[in-house]
Write a protein that binds this ligand. Structure first.
Ligand code: 13P
Ligand code: NA
Ligand code: ZN
Length: 317
């Protein structure tokens, strides 16, 4: 059943757990997430980023994605736009039947520069006005969660959210959920040293939550970067640098402190590529796609199911 983000996260708030928001880049990955949710009896958020898909047409992809989700009636699922950059991104997602959108106005459009607070507020409030009229939930972002696919973060380079400003931001915009910069970083290249553990500020999550009892807090850039997957990739032709992510135990602490949505893209993609590389290396003869893609699906289903248990959402649906 397709539901809003607000609906799922209100249940999570009452139950004291977090719902995983898993990035999908194609229909196979969406199938993996939904199959894991069905197996684990878990609510789930499936999220897509505008422009990230292998198909010719975004509207074709988004509509097929929505149909795939609806074909699992036993799973409570929100279809969420991840890191929408503009009102137009959000409008297209709403038109395609998304039940939730993120407007990430934390940067000046088309640049890496942090946007001013009033600019972020104005762009976010405009999306809230459009979305709420149509019953769609909105996630905003304050401060910038660092990192990108190819760049790592340093502990010194992190920008943290300010609790006072977070409260003001929610008051002025009316967002349902807020992505908070509390020491995580996006992408497969995260922290270059294991002391990344020091980066995640659990106390800051608690401070923000105490000022925002009615807002759902979101943790971005939270992949763990499992060493086993990186090793398999590198043993089979890959060349990923060493990198340290957010340990599952740290995420569990974040959930205890009030995080209700945890975003994961990279870990799913890592196990997907690891399974593909391993399978292709072990079996040089098979060209049947169902066998090859089947290996990747199995890896991703297991990873997502494990996260649902770790986040406490398994068995809640
Ligand atoms: P990761 O790159 O750590 O998986 O973070 C994903 C994310 O925050 C998507 O919005
Ligand atoms: Na998001
Ligand atoms: Zn993110």
């Amino acid at each position: 059943t397709l539901v809003t983000l607000h609906h799922l996260l209100a249940q999570a708030e009452a139950g004291g757990y977090a719902v995983g928001a898993f990035n999908v880049s194609d229909l196979n990955q969406a199938y993996a997430v939904m199959t894991a949710a069905k197996q684990q009896k878990s609510p789930v958020i499936v999220q897509a980023i505008a422009g990230v898909h292998p198909y010719e047409s975004e509207s074709w992809w988004w509509r097929r994605l929505r149909e795939l989700l609806v074909s699992f009636p036993e799973v409570e699922v929100a279809l969420h736009l991840d890191h929408g950059r503009t009102l137009e991104d959000c409008r297209r997602a709403i038109d395609a039947g998304f039940t939730s959108v993120m407007i990430d106005a934390s940067r000046v459009v088309g640049t890496d520069e942090p946007s001013s607070f009033p600019d972020n507020v104005a762009r976010t409030a405009a999306v809230v006005k459009l979305a709420h009229e149509l019953g769609v939930s909105v996630e905003g972002e304050l401060g910038t969660v660092g990192g990108a696919e190819a760049t790592g973060a340093t502990l010194e380079g992190l920008i943290y959210a300010d609790p006072e400003q977070a409260a003001e931001f929610v008051e002025l915009t009316g967002v349902d959920a807020l992505a908070v910069a509390v020491g995580t970083s996006h992408g497969s290249v995260k922290f270059t040293t294991p002391d990344a553990k020091a980066a995640l500020k659990i106390d800051l999550i608690k401070q923000i939550k105490s000022r925002l009892p009615n807002t759902f807090l979101v943790l971005h850039g939270s992949s763990s970067i499992p060493a086993a997957a990186v090793e398999i990739i590198n043993a089979n032709g890959g060349n990923l640098p060493a990198s340290y992510g957010i340990a599952p135990a740290q995420k569990a602490q974040a959930v205890q402190s009030g995080i209700r949505k945890i975003n994961q893209g990279t870990d799913s993609h890592l196990v997907w590529v690891a399974a593909l590389r391993q399978h292709l290396a072990d079996d040089p003869i098979t060209v049947e796609p169902s066998v090859i893609i089947g290996a990747a699906l199995t890896g991703m289903i297991e990873m997502v199911a494990m996260r649902m248990r770790e986040f406490g959402s398994a068995g809640r649906s």
